[in-house]
Design a protein around this ligand. Sequence first.
Ligand code: ATP
Ligand code: MG
Length: 426
Amino acid sequence: MATLKAVRGTRDLLPPETALWNRIEATARAVFARYNFGEIRTPIFEDTSLFARGVGEETDIVSKEMYTWEDRARAQSEKTQMLTLRPENTAGVVRAYIEHQLGETGQLQKIYYIGPQFRRERPQKGRYRQFSQIGAEVLGPTSAGSESPLRDAEVLEMLATLLDELGIKGWVLELNSVGSAADRARYNDTLRAALVPVVGQMCVDCQRRAVTNPLRVLDCKVPADQPIIEKLPVIADSLDEASKAHFDAVLSSLDAAGVPYTRNHRLVRGLDYYTRTTFEFTHSGLGAQNALLGGGRYDGLSEAIGGPKAPGIGFAMGEDRLVLTLQALEAVAQTKADAFIAPLGENMNPAALALARELRRDGLSVDLGDGSFRLKKSFETADKTARRIVILGEDELQSGILTVKDFASGTQSKVPRGELVAFLKG
Ligand code: ATP
Ligand code: MG
């Protein structure tokens, strides 16, 4: 029988690497709490039409990357429906916002999520079919100030803080504005006209986009198309006064807070519901898949999926890519247990368990050996997983004085049992 393996594009995360995942998630939760965001957990699968409408039929995600199946009715009262594993979480958050009438509170909703997403893509480094995103959204009725450029700047400043606290050195924030729906329509016309004489020399995808959604030509990654794209008109020249003022206000708040950024005229994002501010944080350590996160404003999304007007801004960071970046920066601390308890002889096992219980209840991380190990084997095992070894034999039990060896310094100490916790925490 062939051995079973994890499905292509999926992987097992094993210790000790999972400690890094946990640290990233704990740091994100702590930062989000300081900005007064609360957590949402939406279902892993949703009605397919949520993504068709909320992400957009023309996007790569909806047109070719979704895991969709027909879920057959189990009872008369049910109907067969098309379901999809979520490829992203913003549509689910906005669906929940609408479903629970969160807009009725009149307050801004500041929500974050952490969890797996699914896209049928070609797997490669930093690109998987199941991957994890950490994201946040700020949305609400216009009366709550959801359209304010200060919301955009605050989200970007929060991201700069989060990446700094994670230890991701060398991130770059790239910013653009794709304007209002009207600005984009105007820019699309300008682009369509500019593409007429050159599109024949471009890739087949661009030839299709030039007709259906010219804006997305800017997303093209085909090398031969790049010189042509560089010469196309930029969207900044198609923004109306209100969109320009909004973007300028975002930039001046970032300047005041000291958050560095660069402008990128080609940053238009793959998703249809984005308006005005759009951004990406990149890192050179990632190679080809260099985007750590992407996001932007989506003032039209709620209405696109049948809800009330609820402008918002949000982002999604690729947690897998944060892990890769931290590993490349070697910013990953080795995690070892505080102590390894080595019982000398199997008759010492019960006392060793009692000692381990005491130390663990005091917050220390402890590995417990086995009295059947020879002392040499206990030392070798302990050296791999713990910072120190604590030896517990008949003598130690009687005298209440334990022998502790610190592997890094090589020093051996006699420590009274009553002082052991303080000693190991030192
Ligand atoms: P790309 O151009 O890399 O495909 P995207 O526009 O599809 O990115 P978004 O939908 O904005 O990406 O997702 C936000 C972030 O989620 C990305 O910046 C990236 O860090 C991460 N991400 C997206 N797709 C994957 C994937 N298949 N595997 C791992 N991380 C991913
Ligand atoms: Mg993609």
